[in-house]
Design a protein around this ligand. Structure first.
Ligand SMILES: [Fe+2]
Length: 306
């Protein structure tokens, strides 16, 4: 479990002040996994970050394809953008990352994820009984620290460690845009589950309360949306809307009420259908498992283990 003392070391989000330049944000929604992939670009330089790309996987045919990643490449190329980072908000358990495909297309871009991916790698390499698996995060070009900031052209990206859903979740702010991953969903979908290994409803409460220190006018771009009949699929809200109306955790929600509700709810949820394949690829930053002597990659799936 995540040590709370470790969590307290994280930087106050208030230090993350406003930026003058606002990024252009494009969402390429992946319908099969309800995932929002974003391109956040500097309007002055064309440099951009790609956030949470997807690799298509057909679980029946056991086949990966690059349809969605190709659409991201086409969008970047069409707009003459230059990716400088390919970012993950966390080790996803519901879709395979397209980071490797994008890195191949844009070799000068750095792939990056939160520093605590190492804890996730240790945990799941045990579950999968992986031998010779590196658990130091070295599959990624860069591990991002809590509070770290770096440039995307004239934009400033600031990273915020937001554990709870997983121990390695990060939220990225780029100008006034907040890429919340699975830490906050649209107000009418609330928050993500906290019952995966290393997850904690109590810690998620603290992470979201810290996010709520951001200004109301900041745009929030969520990691997933499941749509409703009335509004269809959506991926953008504001920090003010989240603070007022998030159905699971808003400014008036007590810690005890949230933790109790989240635990009860999580007790009713099935595992995501792509969890094992996703973890096996995402822990490797988008690489398929090492091919065996016949040149074929295999997914090794634990039975009755979660
Ligand atoms: Fe997730």
């Amino acid at each position: 479990m995540l040590a709370r003392s470790l969590y307290k070391l994280s930087n106050p989000i208030r230090k993350f002040s406003t930026d003058l330049i606002k990024p252009k944000v494009t969402c390429l929604f992946h319908n099969d996994t309800n995932t929002a992939t974003y391109i956040a670009s500097c309007p002055e330089t064309g440099k951009c970050a790609i956030i949470d790309p997807v690799l298509d996987y057909d679980q029946v045919g056991h086949r990966v394809t690059t349809i969605h990643a190709d659409s991201v490449i086409a969008e970047v190329t069409k707009n003459h953008l230059e990716p400088v980072y390919i970012l993950e908000t966390h080790v996803h358990a519901d879709h395979l990352t397209g980071a490797k495909i994008l890195k191949n297309a844009f070799p000068s871009a750095q792939t990056a994820i939160g520093f605590n991916v190492t804890a996730v790698q240790v945990q799941f390499s045990r579950l999968f009984n992986l031998s010779n698996f590196r658990t130091d995060g070295s599959q990624f070009d860069k591990l991002i620290k809590d509070g770290e900031s770096f440039s995307i052209g004239k934009l400033n990206l600031k990273a915020f460690w937001s554990p709870g859903h997983t121990p390695a979740c990060m939220v990225y702010t780029v100008g006034d845009a907040v890429f919340s991953g699975d830490t906050l969903f649209m107000p009418d979908f609330g928050t993500a589950r906290c019952d995966f290994p290393g997850g904690s409803a109590d810690v998620l409460y603290q992470s979201i309360k810290k996010l709520f220190e951001l200004p109301d006018e900041y745009r929030v771009f969520v990691g997933h949306d499941y749509g409703t009949e009335k509004r269809g699929v959506a991926w953008e809200s504001t920090m003010g809307e989240e603070k007022r109306n998030n159905k699971h955790l808003n400014l008036s929600t007590s810690r005890d009420a949230f933790v109790q509700w989240r635990k009860e709810r999580d007790g009713t949820l099935k595992l995501p259908k792509l969890i094992m394949e996703s973890l096996l690829v995402n822990l490797r930053n988008g690489e398929l498992p090492e091919p065996e002597a016949n040149g074929i990659s295999y997914f090794k799936l634990p039975i009755n283990a979660l």
